[in-house]
Write a protein that binds this ligand. Structure first.
Ligand code: ADP
Ligand code: MG
Length: 230
């Protein structure tokens, strides 16, 4: 890789993920290299079953590669204990999923506040009220998810992901359950938030139009890059 002043937040080499055993198992990732600089917006596309979610789970320290090397902000993830992985998730990462994953019996504001309950220590974080305002839902703060539209639910989920000011925001098909107007709004919001919060953004999608908003797009095919990752 060319010399650069920018910090590499993600540095993966030869990442493999096998589900099951050598003979009958599935090789979901078959040797993936990936370098992402701090502040980049990278889209990962590919058809269903190409390994997108598997890669995102490994990037997010929710799952471990079965082979390869992964440095997250310079830290060797494969050598971390479960506890240290959980801490990395807590301190460095934010997640947004297709199906929102909000708690149905909590209000919008309570959902946004949740990550702070699990955070010990004094690392800088945002105020849940302010983040909810930033996603333009201040007037919905006491609503439950069932009282919100799909686009509004995803905005709550984004606010929840950002309240800890993560270095890296991972989004798995964030617009997959939304119509085109709401998808556009969510993408505008993510782009704007990335500038405000200086967050690195990795977005998985099967929608090329969504991917077109990113700085660069990488395509997975059968667990490998279709074109060379840079
Ligand atoms: N927990 C699992 N156990 C076994 N196979 C899995 C598991 N998760 C994913 N796979 C397989 O790995 C491959 C990649 O899946 P996935 O990463 O979910 O793809 P995508 O998100 O691109 O649709 C698929 O063949 C899928 O069936
Ligand atoms: Mg998937």
């Amino acid at each position: 890789m060319a010399a650069t002043d920018k910090k590499l937040i993600v540095d993966m080499q030869g990442i493999e993920r096998r589900y099951g055993d050598e003979e009958t198992g599935v090789l979901a990732l078959a040797g993936v290299d990936l370098q992402i600089e701090s502040g980049e917006f990278v889209a990962i596309v590919g058809s269903s079953g190409s390994g997108k979610s598997t890669l995102l789970q490994i990037l997010g320290c929710l799952d471990r590669a079965t082979r390869g090397r992964y440095l997250l902000s310079g830290k060797d993830v494969l050598s971390l204990s479960e506890k240290e992985m959980a801490r990395a998730r807590n301190e460095t990462l934010g997640f947004v999923f297709q199906s929102f994953h909000l708690l149905g019996d909590r209000s919008a504001l309570e959902n946004v506040r949740l990550p702070l309950e699990y955070r010990r220590g004094s690392k800088d974080h945002g105020s849940p009220e302010e983040v909810l305002q930033r996603v333009q839902l201040a007037d919905r703060s006491s609503h439950r998810p069932s009282q919100l539209s799909g686009g509004e639910r995803q905005r709550v989920a984004i606010a929840r992901a950002l309240v800890k000011k993560p270095e890296l925001l991972l989004c798995d098909e964030p617009t997959g359950n939304l119509d085109s107007e709401n998808s556009r709004q969510i993408l505008d919001l993510l782009s704007g938030l990335r500038e405000d919060f200086q967050t690195t953004l990795i977005l998985v999608t099967h929608d090329r139009e969504v991917a077109a908003r990113a700085d660069r797009t990488l395509t997975l095919f059968d667990g490998r890059w279709q074109q060379e990752a840079k």
